[in-house]
Design a protein around this ligand. Structure first.
Ligand SMILES: Cc1ncc(COP(=O)(O)O)c(C=O)c1O
Length: 389
């Protein structure tokens, strides 16, 4: 008897994340410098950890409300209005989720029927399994290197059909570090309004911006509030990936569905993690600025270092802690390149093809690690390349 025969058809849409596969490889090798990890290397700031400890002593050990604590939703509403220019009612339009990931999953679950087309940016974050799990069909909109990994509204227009239900945007972008500016987002918003397409705006890197770039939330645009489901997380801004707290802002009807299902799903987000999230959102944002300043220094190291290696070219990331260098001149697939670097030179990175067909010929390198590690990794990469050219 094969237990797999019992699996639902739906289950077949889910694939192991390519990043996981890469890390499994790296784990088998000693002393690897891992530039594949998509999370801050900093500890969660002390005042946030203290708030969780206090929460425990104050008895935040019981079931929380399914949509999150009232005071946290209120603090989120203040932040949204101040930073994202989105006005949201904390009682009906905000939902506290298990990271951004649960928000994304719930959107697919509530909105996608078999055959619905979902526009995704390629290369872009891997939303494919969530889309396919509910029978959705991903339709790729290219983000070309020559366009600094921004999409062209003309390509969005050409990708729209009568089956298009949702467009997923992720600005600032993982893996390319591209920022979609106001003008570009306005053009996309016009198309979505015209064709009645929902937008899932996944914004985990909203604070990790360089060179004075502005983060713009498409949900703040005229006529876009009801069409947009905006998703945020504490994970990246506050070095809180393990706490698993995020939030969703959307029309009341969608938030109601999320709250209803939450009871049947996981009952709510861990109470003390929500207390930590409240401290993070409502305190001064000095800690975030300090971490971003550190990323900015590391960005210089990786950007200059990569561009100094013969055969590699790298666009300067405008945001996030990822660089997305072009390695196509070596004539290897991005998987072969990444495997070669980890197996032979002990430096792990993520093959670009994991992020879509247009990611082929690139690798994602995270600079959320010490400057020392980055310098060492650059030497290893250079050494690796000198033996293949
Ligand atoms: C674009 C993007 N969306 C969502 C997530 C998930 O974030 P969270 O930790 O909040 O679930 C990540 C994490 O890497 C991400 O890069």
């Amino acid at each position: 008897m094969k237990i797999e025969n019992f699996f639902s058809k739906r289950n077949k849409g889910v694939e192991w994340s390519g990043i996981r596969i890469m890390f499994a490889l790296a784990d088998k090798i000693d002393n690897v410098i891992n530039l594949g990890i998509g999370q801050p290397d900093f500890d969660t700031p002390e005042h946030i950890r203290d708030a969780a400890k206090l929460g425990l002593d104050q008895g935040f050990t019981r079931y929380p409300p399914a949509n999150g604590f009232q005071d946290l939703r209120e603090a989120v509403a203040v932040k949204l209005e101040r930073e994202n220019k989105i006005k949201a009612d904390p009682d009906s339009e905000i939902f506290i989720s298990v990271g951004a990931m649960q928000g994304i999953f719930n959107v697919m679950l509530h909105m996608i029927d078999p055959g619905d087309e979902v526009l995704v940016v390629d290369p872009g974050y891997d939303y494919y399994s969530q889309i396919r799990l509910f029978g959705g069909v991903p339709v790729r909109v290219p983000a070309k290197e020559e366009n600094r990994f921004k999409i062209d509204p003309e390509d969005v227009k050409n990708a729209i059909t009568s089956k298009t239900k949702l467009m997923i945007l992720n600005t600032p972008s993982n893996p390319t570090g591209a920022v979609f500016d106001r003008e570009l987002l306005e053009q996309i918003a016009l198309l979505c309004k015209k064709h009645k397409i929902l937008v899932l705006s996944d914004e985990p890197y909203e604070h990790i911006m360089f060179d004075g770039n502005e983060h713009v939330s498409i949900g703040s645009f005229e006529g876009m509030k009801d069409l947009t489901i905006s998703i945020y997380t504490l994970s990246k801004s506050y070095a809180m990936t393990g706490w698993r707290v995020g939030y969703v802002v959307a029309n009341k009807a969608i938030i109601d569905e999320m709250e209803k299902l939450m009871e049947h799903m996981v009952s709510g987000v861990t109470a003390v993690a929500q207390r930590a999230a409240l401290a993070a959102i409502s305190s001064s944002q000095e800690c975030v600025k300090n971490m971003v300043a550190r990323y900015a220094k590391r960005r210089e190291i990786i950007y200059n270092g990569l561009n100094n290696i013969k055969g590699i070219s790298c666009i300067k990331p405008e945001s996030t802690f990822y660089a997305f260098p072009n390695i196509s001149s070596f004539g290897m697939s991005s998987w072969d390149f990444a495997k070669y670097m980890v197996n032979e030179h002990k430096v792990a990175m993520v093959p670009g093809s994991i992020f879509g067909n247009n990611g082929e010929g690139f690798v994602r390198i995270s600079f959320a690690t010490s400057s020392d590690n980055l310098e060492k990794a650059l030497e290893k990469i250079e050494g690796g390349i000198s033996s293949i050219i």
